[in-house]
Design a protein around this ligand. Structure first.
Ligand code: NAP
Ligand code: MG
Length: 408
């Protein structure tokens, strides 16, 4: 059999724990038997980030800038426990945070829908997509543990060294905490542009929710920039396409989402998007039933799974126990990446392969073969069968093989 040629190098970013195990299986069983692809490989497993003083993470981000499209496995963001567990030199920053900061992108997430897993929210008929601003706020903060009574101030000095502004945060009567966060007009503008473009391309309404009644300068800036972007570049197009741009307060947005039909892109600030995408993911079935892509304003793409490294399953796996971890999101990270590569390279056979692999994965679940996380939420059916991590991938591989051979 002739392998399908992927024209341009793909940046492959490997990760940790159970997702690393599944990553290898997906590559060996579903991709490499069919594709002739050059992979620029960056190993971001925690040990290697530690050994390279985290330079490998920046190199991976640079590689995405060079080649345009990358795919990333989940990685551990170390905390105190991980520092001990892996004997780390320091508590390295979140690789996702580092890569997002380097690419200044927006993360778009969408549920992977299958017929036999109804969403937990009855009104949801269509997918709800989330656009998560991937720069700044609490993810690029400056924090301080206040040890004793005293005064905390916010001070801005311009680049000429002139003090432009000073404000009191708090007069502390005893110990406490403070945090400084920021965002930039440039990043918020590219977030707005990315959201209007994505929603328009996918024929979705666009919602934005922030707390500008409380945060009259910071959150208000998001509302203002989105409104300007809409008026200047999108109003006419949206009206012609029958699409709405809808602004409301974040808490109102949350309440309305729970009663909505779906079919919108929900633009969220960084933290809201982090939290809400996990809520949506699990309401649509499982954290593993969600796609995730980072889109930069320069047109770089990084596809990933939105869940973590599934640590608890990994510990079981290491003890030799069978796990039932779901590889759907990892498979869709690869198919998303291949489809985008195929579109950019103008190689329809690569796009076609991605579609076949997605269909194989969806049909496997719809046939009743699924991992434990989905068994809990699938419509009960005597043909439902819980399989382990490897068996699931084997089933998908078998369906994929049949789809590929049908054409030959
Ligand atoms: P997690 O890996 O997302 O897993 C949380 C729980 O969700 C799991 O214990 C499991 O539930 C369920 N789950 C998630 N993905 C699943 C899958 N593919 N198949 C089946 N069940 C799945 O989050 P975590 O345990 O809080 O974090 C573990 C590590 O991941 C942390 O070190 C964190 O830093 C890292 N993390 C990385 C990323 C990323 O790189 N994108 C994102 C988030 C977290 P049950 O145990 O009930 O089966
Ligand atoms: Mg999260």
């Amino acid at each position: 059999m002739n392998k399908i040629k992927v024209k341009t190098t793909i940046v492959e970013i490997d990760g940790d724990e159970m997702t690393r195990i599944m990553w290898q299986m997906v590559k060996d069983r579903l991709l490499l038997p069919y594709l002739d692809v050059d992979l620029a490989y960056y190993d971001l497993q925690l040990k290697n980030r530690d050994a390279t003083d985290d330079k490998i993470t920046l190199e991976a981000a640079e590689a995405i800038k060079k080649y345009g499209v990358g795919v990333k496995c989940a990685t551990i963001t170390p905390d105190k426990n991980r520092v001990k567990e892996y004997g780390l030199k320091q508590e390295w920053k979140s690789p996702n945070g580092t890569i997002r900061a380097a690419l200044d992108g927006t993360v778009f997430r969408a549920p992977i829908l299958v017929k036999n897993i109804p969403p937990a929210v009855r009104s949801w008929k269509k997918p709800i997509h989330i656009g998560r601003h991937a720069y700044g706020d609490v993810y690029k903060n400056c924090e301080y543990r206040v040890p004793e009574a005293g005064k905390a101030e916010l001070l801005f000095t311009n680049s000429a060294g002139k003090e432009l502004w000073r404000g009191t945060i708090q007069e502390f009567k005893g110990p406490g905490v403070i945090q400084g966060i920021h965002n930039t007009d440039k990043s918020i503008t590219s977030f707005a542009k990315a959201c209007f473009t994505y929603a328009y391309d996918q024929k979705l309404h666009l919602w934005l929710g922030v707390k500008d009644t409380i945060s009259k300068t910071y959150d208000a800036q998001f509302r203002k920039i989105f409104e300007e972007e809409y008026q200047e570049n999108w109003k006419v197009k949206y009206e012609e396409a029958g699409l709405d741009y809808f602004f409301t307060l974040i808490d109102d947005a949350v309440a309305r989402i729970m009663k909505a039909e779906g079919g919108m892109l929900w633009a969220c600030k960084n933290y809201d998007g982090d939290v809400m995408s996990d809520m949506l993911g699990s309401a649509y079935g499982s954290l593993a039933m969600m796609t995730s892509v980072l889109v930069s304003p320069q047109g770089y793409y990084e596809f990933e799974a939105s869940h973590g490294t599934v640590q608890k399953h990994y510990y079981k796996y290491m003890k030799g126990e069978k796990t039932s971890s779901n590889s759907m999101a990892l498979i869709f990270a690869w198919t998303g990446c291949l489809r985008k590569r195929g579109e950019l390279d103008d190689t329809p056979e690569v796009v076609e392969f991605a579609r076949k692999l997605e269909d194989a994965a969806l049909e496997t679940v719809e046939s009743g073969v699924m991992t434990g996380d989905l068994m809990l939420v699938a419509t009960p059916d005597p043909k439902n069968r819980k399989v382990n991590t490897e068996e699931f991938i084997t089933e998908v591989a078998e369906r994929l093989r049949r789809k590929i051979e049908q054409r030959e």
